[in-house]
Design a binder for this molecule. Sequence first.
Ligand code: F6P
Length: 532
Amino acid sequence: MWDDLKAHGARLKDRRIADTLDARRAEAFSAEALGLRFDYAKTTLDEGARAAIFALFDAAGVAERREAMFSGERINETEGRAVLHTALRNLDGGPVMVDGVDVMPGVLRTLGRMEAFARDVREGRFTGAGGPITDVVNIGIGGSDLGPAMATLALAPWHDGPRCHFVSNVDPADIAGVLRACDPATTLVIVASKTFTTIETMTNARTAKAWMAERVAEPAAQFAALSSALEKTGAFGIDEARVFGFEDWVGGRYSMWGPIGLSLMIAVGPEAFRAVLRGGQAMDLHFRAAPWQENLPALLAGVGIWHNQVCGHPTRAVLPYDNRLARLPAYLQQLEMESNGKGVSMDGADLPVPSGPVVWGEPGTNGQHAFYQLIHQGTQVVPCEFLVAARGAEEDLHHQHRLLVANCLAQSEALMRGRTLEEAREALRGKFEGAELERQARHRVFPGNRPSVTLAYPQLDPETLGKIVALYEHRVFVEGTVLGINSYDQWGVELGKELATALQPVVEGAAPAEGKDGSTAGLVGFLRREGL
Ligand code: F6P
């Protein structure tokens, strides 16, 4: 199957995208669903290659594994867990069974508890020692930070609750900066950690507790926990009434739909939060039912596979022309790279093709004035994924929004068209001549034929955000299934954690650096001399 697809890759290697891009191709290589339009016409894919990708989906059993996921089978095989973040947004769906037990009553009960607590905080019934809560500090890292942080920024126009801050890094600069801006007497600290053992989060949580204890008699009373580890939250002193747990079938990077979304819910209110869930659920239903050719997550995955595993482009840029999606690239870095950055297939064999690509990006138009030079003219091809809304939240500044959209569309057009030597010469004639004209013109040539896709949507509202996030989640699922890997474990991050723990006494000077490699010992020596 891979060979077949790679043969299509070789056949289409030199295809000029612009040559075939009429309205017919645009329609044939775009899909509209749930109010979103996904345009992948500016790629080298043709009907034959697309059919080969769909054949690969079928050969890999994507549809069967998709049903296994939605129906609670333990598809996270290395950890023996089901993968059911979709149950968290299955608001009006039927039962979801895990080992013969319907998990939906528990999901809805926890959602109800979160809503009651969020309302109490927002409406001033839950107070700090100094009165109603003015600031919420979410302490968490990875999936316990990126989802709510990304979504709270994305939904800023809906943010009518207390201010929300996100602390993730163990670097004291992170928490110190946030706490300086807060009054301990009116701050709620949410410790978000599925395991309640993550060293960065627990260190920051203790720092926050000590900070609060200086001004507040009962600091733990202003703490809530989002965790499955009840014993540990209890040992930290947090009352069970303010602990919101979730099951092991919710992976960290898929968890913003449940308790990990509490800070978002407090910020935008339970109604808007439910709208995010509705958007996610709508994408789930679409993903389960739509044929591949109309199926947005499958198409996005197909393009991803085409660019990375077939064409060999090692990275992809996510470029939201939507400033409030500024944290989406970081969110997707975890979602995609922690999920599909695996070198081993499910059966333990080495992957026969590259694992998922490096994902990176920044909002447009800022990126245009930073790294787009490389995208347009650098020697490596970077497939781009643009996101753009028809309308912004600032209705009175719609003329400015139109300029944003023009920039987004212009970039994908420019990437595709490029500029020939003749066009560059023409633009410079009169200014330079002879050999100098030739030299100057060459600097202004862009190869073009750089692929991109565009996801267009009416407006970044809560429901649309839910659709977009679920779209990317299912893309990861499809790509991971085709690669034959487990997208739901993350063993690769463990070694660094173990070594950090082992190095702590060394950097503190309580243990010698001997036995460490020369480079590590040398760096410890330098840093200790300089005051570590
Ligand atoms: O970095 C590994 C990881 O386990 C992520 O998958 C997860 O999102 C993050 O750490 C935080 O974990 P926890 O919620 O248990 O603190």
